[in-house]
Design a protein around this ligand. Structure first.
Ligand SMILES: NC(=O)c1ccc[n+]([C@@H]2O[C@H](COP(=O)([O-])OP(=O)(O)OC[C@H]3O[C@@H](n4cnc5c(N)ncnc54)[C@H](OP(=O)(O)O)[C@@H]3O)[C@@H](O)[C@H]2O)c1
Length: 216
């Protein structure tokens, strides 16, 4: 499948490498074509990897992933172009964190709203699915690196889109019972608001290679 990734940071390149490894064609998007990190990534990721602008990546992908800085995601998606998002599944991995006052970061959006909802409202023709935002990116693509089962969450309004994302997660190694569908896009408020806890667990343990497990 052709996949467009918006974002050239650790998350975009980690997901991109895994998707290429699984046989997908991946284009990484940035504010400007020829971005240094994207160019480096293309050199290491192989023939199925390419890079360009946010608009290039969004036009290329049959499925899209938003891996941009949360405070800039709406702007990045506007640069990608609403027409390039039309009718496509858009996996939103971003968190609306503000690091401008140092560590720990605070949430720019919370309680009665979420970044995922703002993206869905701004681009109503895209099928936004919030996923994978509650863990370090190494675990996103290699869930079996942890010694126990653990959970990842889905939020979105379109059942078909969530089924496609579930399939993608299964291909990363997530087991059926580890993928918890929370409901519509408003449920992303919960997973985005897990981040203040995530950063404090990381601060206390100095280890980002952990995840949440729901036990009942
Ligand atoms: N790090 C993790 O393990 C992890 C885990 C879960 C979720 N997340 C979330 O995943 C997202 C990506 O994280 P990251 O650490 O890989 O990268 P990041 O540094 O948060 O974001 C990098 C991307 O954001 C774009 N960007 C920054 N400012 C922008 C602006 N003003 N306008 C348009 N685009 C802008 C950059 O564009 P250029 O390419 O042009 O520079 C780049 O592609 C974040 O929302 C983060 O909260 C991260």
């Amino acid at each position: 499948m052709k996949i467009g990734i918006l974002g050239t940071g650790m998350v975009g390149t980690t997901l991109g490498s895994k998707l290429v490894e699984l046989g997908h064609e991946v284009k990484l998007g940035s504010r400007s074509a020829g971005n240094e990190k994207a160019t480096e990534w293309v050199k290491t990721a192989g023939r199925q990897a390419s890079q360009g602008t946010f608009a290039d990546a969004a036009a290329f992908g049959e499925l899209l992933l938003n891996c941009t800085s949360g405070g800039a995601s709406l702007e990045a998606l506007r640069m990608a172009g609403a027409g390039n998002l039309w009718g496509k599944v858009l996996v939103d991995v971003a968190n609306p964190l503000d690091f401008s006052k140092g560590q720990p970061p605070f949430l720019l959006i919370s309680n009665t709203d979420s970044l995922a909802e703002q993206i869905q409202a701004a681009f109503p023709e895209a099928k936004v699915v919030k996923a994978l935002n509650t863990m370090w990116c190494g675990i996103m693509v290699n869930p079996r690196m942890l010694p126990d089962t653990h959970h990842t969450f889905l939020s979105g309004n379109d059942a078909g889109a969530k089924a496609s994302v579930k399939e993608l997660l299964r291909s990363f190694g997530w087991q059926e019972g580890e993928i918890l569908d929370l409901g519509d896009i408003t449920t992303a408020r919960g997973t985005e608001m897990l981040l203040p806890l995530w950063v404090r667990v990381w601060g206390a343990t100095q280890n980002g290679a952990f995840n949440f497990k729901i036990v009942s």
